[in-house]
Design a protein around this ligand. Structure first.
Ligand code: EPZ
Length: 432
């Protein structure tokens, strides 16, 4: 494949994955949204609790699922795919030890701690990886699991916990951590007695995890609320589960289409999970209708700024759509403000956007965005998952050509962003 000399020079003479986009083309068309990454990963971790079969339908073909599959194989699971379904046979899981370097590539590996303690009485794993969007401590995970009877043997250069038997307890979360809630749920499912979790996160992916576990024979009440009551059971059963669609991928596509002033329809989506975004886009001037599992949006008039948008735990505006929203607002007719409250380093794309002509100033955890007429294509680099997807949106909107590198970050959470945007009429291709 021929690379321009400029690119080979810029990339130090090595071939790297890149996407080339000729922007300023309104996105139009209809597209199905993939299964939820942040639904699939905790459910894959939960499959370890069962000495048998789990089938996950509508499972996205993304790197994070591949990484988690490798980790499960190292634990002794058989993991394979048949079309969009992922099959997991966890008959032979006994060691509870994860050495795989894959565990350092994603945040969700830490959620195996609860299920390995429940299944094997032991959990040995590297510290989790994932996007560099903040410190991302796991103190709340460990506090909950130790309250249920786990003992932290070591937490120096990795996690080593053990337990005679997990036992029910009442746990109060100081704030709604998604991962800590999921880890505590998995630690409680096979525990002795009743666990009461208070102050839980209520993201749709947690509700789905609870429904998945009940399909397998777990005993959970309060699903969808901030208080979950889990009565430990002796064992689980084989099950088949169809994953809900990915609300963050859906929101990414809506914001990209709105930035290009396009008109798209999404199907196989749960619009109820996107209420805040849909309201915000409507306030910005988009025409939106949603019924059943479809969302229709005409964004030709989506030109108004957003006075102040604050990221919050669900059902607030999701931090995972913050970068994509910033890109959309970079050409609004006025000044917008975004306040990022969830992660301390989630404005990483601002410098790249400014190189494309955006007018954005950072004041603490706030971004002040002064809309410009449009962005200009440039060479940009993705440094994390959602910021990378947002830079693709910026390139789709911008006048001229953009070459984006660092696409491996995007493939962690998006099945095939080039395929999907091509289907919506974009001039986009992989160049290496
Ligand atoms: C999940 O991460 C998601 N990841 C993230 O999506 C998402 O941004 C985040 O929830 C918030 O919605 C997965 O589900 C795999 P948290 P998680 O625990 O569980 C602090 C994506 O792009 N905290 O709710 O790590 C933490 O530092 C990813 O798909 C502690 O202080 O999020 C953060 O500031 C990015 N101590 C805040 O809580 C803890 O023990 C929210 O984190 C745990 C978290």
């Amino acid at each position: 494949m021929a690379y321009t000399n400029v690119w080979l020079e810029l990339c130090g003479g090595i071939c790297v994955d890149r996407i080339q986009i000729e922007g300023n083309v309104p996105l139009c068309g209809k597209i199905k949204v993939q299964g939820a990454k942040n639904g699939a990963l905790p459910i894959m971790a939960a499959a370890v609790l069962h000495r048998g079969m789990t089938v996950i339908k509508n499972c996205p073909r993304i790197l994070d699922v591949e990484y988690m599959s490798e980790i499960l194989r190292e634990l002794g699971c058989l993991v394979w795919r048949e079309d969009s379904a992922l099959f997991i046979n966890a008959e032979n899981v006994d060691g509870g030890i994860v050495r795989s370097e894959y565990a350092t590539k994603l945040r969700a590996s830490v959620i195996l701690t609860g299920s390995l303690l429940g299944r094997c009485g032991r959990a040995v794993l590297p510290y989790p990886g994932g996007c560099t969007i903040g410190m991302r401590p796991i103190d709340l995970h460990l506090k909950a699991l130790t309250q249920m009877g786990a003992e932290v043997i070591s937490a120096e250069d990795g996690l080593m916990l053990r337990t005679q038997k997990m036992r029910g307890s009442t746990i109060e979360f100081p704030f709604p951590s998604v991962g800590a809630t999921e880890n505590a749920i998995l630690g409680a499912v096979l525990a002795e007695g009743i666990t009461v979790l208070q102050g839980c996160a209520v993201e749709p992916e947690i509700e789905e995890l609870c429904r998945f576990l009940c399909e397998k024979g777990a005993c959970i009440s309060g699903i969808g609320s901030t208080q979950l009551v889990i009565s430990g059971v002796k064992k689980l059963k084989d099950s088949v589960h169809r994953l809900m669609s990915d609300r963050i991928v859906a929101g990414t596509y809506l914001l990209a289409a709105a930035g290009t002033r396009g008109s798209i329809s999404l199907y196989d989506v749960c619009w109820e999970h996107l209420r805040y975004l849909l309201r915000t886009l409507s306030d910005a001037g988009a025409q939106i209708s949603a019924e059943g599992s479809e969302i229709h949006m005409d964004a030709k008039q989506a030109v108004y700024p957003v006075k102040c948008l604050v990221t919050r735990p669900y059902p607030g505006f999701p931090t995972d759509l913050q970068s994509q929203m910033m890109v959309f607002l970079s050409r609004a007719r006025g000044i917008s403000r975004i306040e990022e409250n969830m992660f301390e380093s989630r404005f990483q794309i601002v410098e790249e956007l400014k190189r494309m002509g955006a007018d954005i100033e950072i004041e603490g955890n706030c971004a002040v965005i002064r809309g410009v007429s449009n962005l200009k294509g440039n060479f940009v680099r993705a440094r994390e998952l959602r910021g990378g997807a947002a830079l693709v949106s910026a390139a789709l909107m911008a006048e001229g050509r953009t070459i984006l590198s660092g696409t491996e970050y995007i493939r962690r959470g998006y099945e095939d962003i080039v395929r999907d945007y091509t289907q919506l009429g974009a001039d986009i291709k992989e160049t290496g």
